[in-house]
Design a protein around this ligand. Structure first.
Ligand SMILES: NC(=O)c1ccc[n+]([C@@H]2O[C@H](COP(=O)([O-])OP(=O)(O)OC[C@H]3O[C@@H](n4cnc5c(N)ncnc54)[C@H](OP(=O)(O)O)[C@@H]3O)[C@@H](O)[C@H]2O)c1
Length: 418
């Protein structure tokens, strides 16, 4: 029987995740994995590890034939891409947590994995401690995966929880998230939805075989959410979450987006608070399944990196089954979304572009409406992100049978109600 591979690791990055991994590995001697060298950026920083372990010369790791695994957990996406591609080309297996780099370069990294036949694992890059990539890859067959809804960004979820449950203002909640190691070094990545859409890009590839650049997906963050939106949510016994969603349509295509959404209090995702992440998978015969765990932080993220390192002992590789072994799904923008929009100035809201408007609250201090709008209208325009406008999806927002709905609209028009 083949013995497990001895793993000699070259580690890039000794920040929240890198140092966490160093400590976690010290507590798991059975893994037979040792860190030979750590490459960092700043040689003058004080480190909680022997000085001899550190270097600023990446080639000391990438050119060392004894190092057979590169673990890349740095916060510079361009440098990370250069490290990961060189490592694969040099015949090393790679574990990465850099979702931005992975999402932006997925097609090139797919090609490189094929060409080099080396493994590139990145479980920590989406939902940190929750083993969602490997589950989507191994467990859920293409035909059975009806939908996935998820809270994938621990930092925004932490901020929303602190704002709406403990009354912290946005800045204080963000600062706390950063102090606790839940936020990206650049907070814009979290707050404006970039981090979430990067993760969603990766999960779409493993769930449905859809490979897209994050810029091609419809997304927004929580930067425009107002206290008055939270008030409306509470009045409806709902919460606001940044939800990533993908849904198989009746025509076999898939619609996907990352947007703030009202979540009913008894839904699984309403249970996901603070830095936790949650994923609800709806599949053919099993109905709903809920994955829950810490989506950020030193040890939770390091635990996913550790699990990838452990999988390398068995030569595990992603097969990208939905992409290579099935007919990959196509992304569709041909749907409609039911949205809540709050705003300061009605003149800046193009009411005529809604299919219909179901609720209209003009008397409130901050006005809002609920209406149905084409996905493509949001994808191709920016009015809903600008001028202090806040757009939040209603629960169950995807509408496919728009023709029936149009009839409803026409009947309302005929009745003189709109
Ligand atoms: N924090 C989390 O909860 C979490 C969760 C999931 C995924 N991730 C991802 O994991 C990665 C690391 O996150 P982090 O929170 O650990 O970041 P961090 O605390 O800011 O640490 C970044 C580390 O990268 C090093 N570094 C930056 N550029 C480098 C380069 N060119 N060469 C070598 N080292 C370099 C820094 O070196 P110095 O120490 O010298 O500055 C630092 O040690 C990011 O891609 C992030 O998106 C983080």
């Amino acid at each position: 029987m083949e013995t497990h591979k001895q793993l000699t690791i070259g580690l890039f990055g000794f920040g929240t995740v890198g140092e966490g991994l160093y400590k976690v590995l010290q507590q798991t001697p059975s893994l037979k994995a040792t860190i030979k060298k750590v490459c960092i950026r700043n040689p003058d920083k004080k480190r909680n590890a022997p000085e001899s372990l550190f270097t600023t010369d990446k080639n000391e790791l990438l050119g060392d034939p004894e190092i057979n695994v590169i673990v890349e957990v740095i916060d510079d996406a361009d440098a990370a891409f250069a490290i990961v591609t060189t490592a694969l080309q040099n015949g090393k297996e790679v574990v990465s947590a850099s979702k931005k780099m992975l999402a932006e370069h997925l097609p090139a990294l797919l090609e490189l994995q094929k060409r080099t036949e080396q493994s590139l694992l990145y479980e920590a890059s989406a939902c940190a401690s929750i083993p969602v990539i490997r589950n989507l890859e191994e467990y859920y067959d293409n035909d059975l995966l009806h939908s996935i809804r998820a809270v994938v960004n621990g930092s925004t979820n932490f901020i929303l929880t602190k704002m709406f449950e403990e009354g912290l203002d946005f800045r204080d909640a963000l600062l706390l998230a950063q102090q606790l190691g839940f936020a990206e070094s650049n907070p814009k990545l979290d707050v404006e939805g970039y981090d979430a859409v990067n993760k969603w890009t990766l999960l779409l590839a493993h769930a449905y075989g859809i490979v897209k650049h994050p810029d091609d997906l419809l997304f927004n963050g929580i930067q425009n959410i107002q206290a008055s939106d939270a008030y409306v949510a509470r009045a409806k016994n709902q919460q606001i979450k940044l939800v990533a969603q993908a849904k198989k349509l009746q025509n076999g295509k898939v619609t996907a987006f990352v947007l703030p959404q009202f979540v009913k209090h008894d839904e699984h995702l309403a249970f996901v608070k603070n830095e936790y992440n949650g994923v609800v998978i709806e599949s053919g015969f099993a109905d709903k399944q809920f994955f829950y765990g810490k989506g950020a932080g030193s040890f939770p993220t390091a635990s996913a990196v550790l699990s990838d390192i452990a999988a390398l002992r068995y030569h595990y590789r992603y097969e990208y089954k939905k992409l290579y072994h099935h007919t990959p799904h196509e992304l569709s923008e041909d749907v409609y979304l039911r949205v809540y929009v709050s705003f300061d100035d009605l003149a800046l809201i193009p009411r005529e572009r809604f299919e219909w408007i179901e609720e209209w609250h003009a008397q409130e201090e901050r006005k809002y409406l609920v209406g149905v709008i084409a996905f493509s209208e949001l994808k191709n325009n920016n009015w809903w992100r600008e001028n202090n406008t806040s757009l939040i999806l209603t629960p169950d927002p995807v509408i496919e049978d728009v023709e029936i709905r149009k009839l409803k609209k026409r009947s309302l028009v005929l009745a003189g109600l709109v």
